[in-house]
Design a binder for this molecule. Structure first.
Ligand code: SF4
Length: 378
């Protein structure tokens, strides 16, 4: 049963590799097929993988067992799809694929995906070219590039080994850094890579209750922290994202337990940044989430529609959650660690942290300073 099994490596849930006929002779595709131990199905040109006979949204659960190797015909690198109404951090999203074998009750992709399967793009040379072109065109900017917006790249890394291509490539960049965001414990392939401190490995963290009940097939808290410890021993710096913070019974005690554990296990100076973001979702995600996960209660609370059209907790509620968690983090955090909000208003910044990002040059500057190792204060 899922609950009892350790899901340090959630890619073991994938049973079938579907290969776009167009890509089957690609060297990287061949390398992945060679490594994969499950079924391999070639998908004829113009057709799509067949992964489920069930209708949406039930087919989303079936799709988690199917990985589709195809080509990205659009752009790989895009500014984070943030909304103007809340402070965002000027992140660049690297689109290496879509969806992942983990299944989070709150995953926004459930509302966006047209297809139930997991996609992975094998034309990685195009991706590296695109990064090269963008970074060379703006040498004065530091690009923070992350893979965690549409997928969890490390969750399928034991099949794809994309990190072996990306990390050394980014190591040579003077104005770019890579963030590999994950909920898995799959880090062993990072051990011998040339990274030049340009890759930060980061984990999403939560109270144990949310980790266990709302993030199916994700690594446990101990597995995530253990993986971070390994990365630190290999010279990587790490980050953490308390996102989404969920209001639940005993939330304060349980978030404190996670924070206390984190700082008991890891050296504070290895943590470059920590973000905080309370649960927010597109209204129609609730219908999908409730149908797919009838035992979950996270959508049954008081929410208000934010300026970006997403449902959020009321401001007082968010501030209360953030204040407790922020103060607990500050008790242990190194002065160089940047603690920041993902998509929050200036009012909340001021109420919780006592300043607005502009006073520190903006969130991007705060994170840039943390990356280069300067104190951002606050
Ligand atoms: S790990 Fe990320 S991409 Fe995967 S299901 Fe959870 S929220 Fe979605």
């Amino acid at each position: 049963m899922d609950v009892l099994k350790s899901w340090r490596d959630p890619s073991s849930y994938i049973t079938t590799l579907h290969v776009d006929e167009d890509c089957k002779n690609n060297e990287y595709t061949k390398e992945i097929i060679e490594r994969f131990s499950g079924d391999v199905v070639i998908v004829p040109v113009g057709q799509s993988p067949v992964v489920s006979e069930r209708d949406f949204p039930a087919n989303l659960s079936d799709g988690k067992r199917h990985l589709y190797l195809t080509r990205n015909k659009g752009h790989f690198l895009k500014p984070c799809p943030a909304t103007r109404e809340y402070r965002c951090c000027d992140y660049h999203v690297l689109n290496t694929g879509m969806n992942c074998p983990i299944d989070c009750v709150y995953c926004i992709l459930q509302a966006y995906l047209n297809n139930p399967w997991i996609s992975f793009y094998v034309n990685y040379e195009g991706m590296l070219d695109e990064i090269e072109t963008e970074l060379s065109a703006h040498p004065e900017e530091l690009y923070r590039i992350g893979t965690g917006e549409f997928t969890d790249s490390l969750a399928i890394d034991s099949i794809t080994r994309l990190s072996e291509k990306l990390v050394p490539f980014m190591a040579a960049k003077k104005n770019g850094m890579l963030e590999l965001k994950t909920k898995s414990g799959v880090v062993d392939y990072l051990q011998d890579l040339e990274h030049n401190s340009n890759t930060i490995v980061s984990w999403s963290l939560n109270s144990t209750r949310i980790l266990q009940k709302e993030e199916m097939r994700a690594a446990s808290l101990a597995e995530r922290v253990e993986a971070a410890k390994k990365c630190i021993s290999w010279g990587y710096r790490v980050g953490f994202h308390f996102d989404p913070i969920v209001d639940h019974e005993n939330w304060e005690k349980e978030y404190f337990e996670t924070i206390d554990y984190l700082y008991r296990e890891l050296p504070a100076e290895s943590i470059v940044w920590i973000s905080l973001g309370a649960l927010r979702y597109l209204p129609h995600l609730k219908d999908i989430g409730v149908r797919r996960f009838p035992g979950s209660t996270i959508y049954f609370q008081e929410f208000i529609e934010g300026l970006d059209g997403k449902s959020r907790y009321f401001r007082d509620n968010r501030t209360q959650l953030y204040l407790s968690i922020y103060n607990r983090l500050k008790k242990y955090a190194d002065e160089k660690t940047a603690i920041y909000f993902c998509m929050e208003s200036d009012e909340v910044w001021r109420d919780v942290m006592g300043f607005v990002p502009e006073e520190k040059g903006g969130i991007h500057t705060m994170l840039e300073k943390a990356f280069w190792g300067y104190s951002v204060g606050g």
